[in-house]
Design a protein around this ligand. Structure first.
Ligand code: MTE
Ligand code: MO
Length: 346
């Protein structure tokens, strides 16, 4: 893993190591805003409160006794690929590896909420993590903040999972032990780790990580409005070759990577080896699974020694095509345009 920050741990997968559809846990990126909280499994509770008829708490054993579900979901950090932005913007300088695809096991959020009898005017569900700390950068709230994010009730009742296992093992400390939210199709920040409280609210949630951080200014007829980040954009990334790799001219090279989207499946990945002038279709591997990435490959031969710019471009079943240009409205997040990978053939 590449260490982007030592403490709290922020680790990225060396994306060239991409080999399998399911990312092994030891290669799954880690994004932490605060030190990993030490949680005693016996004392830990999930509190369900707010606009509910029946607030209650669950122990880990009680959660494990509920009907379990396993899903595949790709998590991409909203700041993934930030290192490609010129001029440089603030934030962790992720390359290509702040993304992974895992198998998550847990209980449906819907099942927990039904037990709590949420009010008819419930609007959002806030996920609060046990981790907290003070924020260094201005503007910032005074005192400590817990990492927290919300989802609308419709999403909560649809496919959000409260996961206690990842790739068939209890969640590791870095990935949210003992319980995390998994919000399929949304950028990683929505999948709150070390979950200890669900708050049902009748108001739009305005917390720090929902407004100051992990939000962007969306154009609107009445002027730009601050919108929390949510769904991942369609995106393909090249794992091999790596940026600035030297390859052999006139021999076959297996270009490989992954592509993902939200609430849809990837239907096409195209590769350009001339900086976006001409494109050819890559082969998509395996079956398409909604909200999980798809691996692809493309056989390429650099016909002459020289420099080449490789790009991958994904299209999804909702007809969305990865764009060539960076969308400046996205600020420091959602880096989903076609990323140039420079290689030299010798
Ligand atoms: N409680 C808590 N949950 C969190 C975070 C955090 O710092 N604290 N980071 C978020 C972000 S920004 C991302 S991208 C994902 C990363 O999940 P991972 O570390 O398991 O890869 O967790 C999200 N959930
Ligand atoms: Mo993130």
């Amino acid at each position: 893993m590449i260490t982007r920050e030592k403490e709290p741990p922020n680790l990225e997968m060396p994306f060239g190591a991409l080999e399998s559809f399911v990312t092994p846990t030891e290669l799954f990126y880690v994004r932490c805003h605060f030190p990993i909280p030490k949680i005693n499994e016996r004392e830990w509770r999930l509190k369900v409160e707010g606009k509910v008829g029946r607030p209650f708490e669950l122990t880990l054993d009680e959660l494990r006794e509920m009907p379990a579900h396993t899903i595949l979901a790709t998590l991409e950090c909203a700041g993934n690929s930030r290192v490609f932005l010129v001029p440089k913007v603030k934030g962790v300088q992720w390359e290509l590896g702040a993304v992974g695809n895992a198998e998550w096991t847990g209980v449906r959020l819907r099942d927990v909420l039904e037990r709590a009898q949420i009010s008819d005017n419930a609007h959002e569900i806030i996920f609060e993590g046990a981790d907290n700390g003070t924020i260094a950068e201005l503007p910032r709230p005074a005192g400590k903040v817990n990492f927290a994010r919300s989802v609308p009730v419709e999403k909560a009742m649809d496919d959000v999972l409260l996961a206690f296992a990842m790739n068939g093992e209890p969640l590791a400390g870095a990935h949210g032990f003992p319980l995390r939210a998994v919000v399929p199709g949304w950028y990683g920040m929505a999948s709150v780790k070390w979950l200890h409280r669900l708050i049902v609210t009748d108001q739009p949630f305005n917390g720090y990580y929902q407004s100051i951080d992990y939000a962007y200014w969306k154009r609107d007829e009445n002027g730009p409005v601050l919108v929390p980040l949510a769904e991942m954009q369609v995106k393909a990334e090249i794992a091999r070759p790596g940026n600035n790799e030297v390859i052999s001219a006139n021999s076959k090279y297996d270009v490989r990577g992954a592509a993902w989207t939200a609430a849809a499946v990837v239907t096409k990945v195209e590769i350009s080896c001339d900086g976006g002038k001409s494109w050819s279709e890559a082969t998509l591997n395996g079956d398409a699974t909604e909200n999980a990435w798809r691996l692809w490959e493309f056989e390429w031969k650099a016909r002459a020694p020289g420099n080449y710019t490789l790009m991958a471009r994904a299209t999804d079943s909702r007809g969305r095509v990865q764009s060539m240009e960076r969308n400046a409205d996205a600020g420091t997040y959602m880096i989903s345009h076609c990323l140039p990978i420079e290689v030299e053939a010798r």
